[in-house]
Design a protein around this ligand. Structure first.
Ligand SMILES: CC(C)(COP(=O)(O)OP(=O)(O)OC[C@H]1O[C@@H](n2cnc3c(N)ncnc32)[C@H](O)[C@@H]1OP(=O)(O)O)[C@@H](O)C(=O)NCCC(=O)NCCS
Length: 159
C-alpha cells in the first residue's frame, strides 16, 4: 500500500484492544513476542502510556512509553505490515514524544535490534542518537541491540 491514509486516529489503548494487540504482536515480533499476559499487564502498568493507531475503525498499530519520574523509555512500537511505510509509526512515535515532554521527562531511551533498519531510520529522523550496544540483548537468537537516546532538554540547560 502507498499514499496518504484518511481517517487516522491515535488514541490510548484499552483492555478491549488486547485481542488485536496479541495478533499484531505475534505477526510483528514472532518468537520474541510478548505473551498475552505481558501485554495485558503492560498496557495498564504503572507509569505506562500506550497508544494505538486506528485506520478506518481498525486498530493497525500500537506503541508504548514508560516514565519512571525522570526518564522515559519507548517500550515498543509496531505497525501492521499491511500499513507500514505510510507514516503511522511516525505518528505514534510523535505521540509518545509529546507525552514524554508533557510529563517532564529529561531524556527518552530505547533499545532496537541492530538489524532493524526501518526502526533505526525512524528513531534517528526524530533526533535519537546511538549511545552504545547491548550484546545478545534479544532472545531467541542472541541479537545485539543499539541503545538510543533523545535528549528533551534544551541545549542551554544541558550545558
Ligand atoms: C518500525 C515500524 C514501527 C515503522 O512503522 P511504519 O508505520 O512503517 O513507519 P512510517 O511509515 O512512519 O515510516 C517511518 C520511517 O521509517 C522508514 N521506513 C519504513 N519502512 C522502511 C523500510 N522497510 N526500510 C527502511 N526504512 C523504512 C520510512 O522511510 C520512514 O521514514 P521517512 O518518513 O523518512 O520516509 C515498523 O516497521 C514495524 O512495525 N516494524 C516491526 C516491529 C518493530 O521492529 N518495531 C520496532 C521495535 S524497536
Amino acid at each position: 500500500m502507498t499514499g496518504p491514509l484518511d481517517d487516522v486516529v491515535v488514541r490510548p489503548l484499552t483492555p478491549a484492544d488486547l485481542p488485536a494487540l496479541e495478533r499484531m504482536e505475534v505477526d510483528l515480533f514472532g518468537a520474541a513476542a510478548w505473551s498475552p499476559e505481558s501485554l495485558a499487564a503492560e498496557i495498564e502498568g504503572p507509569g505506562r502510556w500506550y497508544v494505538g493507531v486506528v485506520v478506518g475503525g481498525e486498530l493497525v498499530g500500537y506503541a508504548g512509553l514508560w516514565f519512571d519520574g525522570f526518564d522515559a523509555q519507548v517500550m515498543t512500537i509496531g505497525t501492521d505490515e499491511r500499513f507500514q511505510g505510510r507514516g503511522l509509526g511516525r505518528r505514534m512515535l510523535d505521540a509518545l514524544l509529546d507525552r514524554a515532554r508533557t510529563v517532564g521527562a529529561a531524556v527518552v531511551l530505547l533499545e532496537v535490534r541492530v538489524d532493524n533498519d526501518p526502526a533505526i531510520h525512524l528513531y534517528e529522523s526524530v533526533g535519537f542518537e546511538r549511545l552504545g550496544m547491548r550484546r545478545a540483548y534479544y532472545q531467541p537468537g542472541n541479537i545485539d541491540a543499539w541503545t538510543m537516546r533523545l535528549d528533551l532538554r534544551g541545549r542551554e540547560e544541558t550545558a
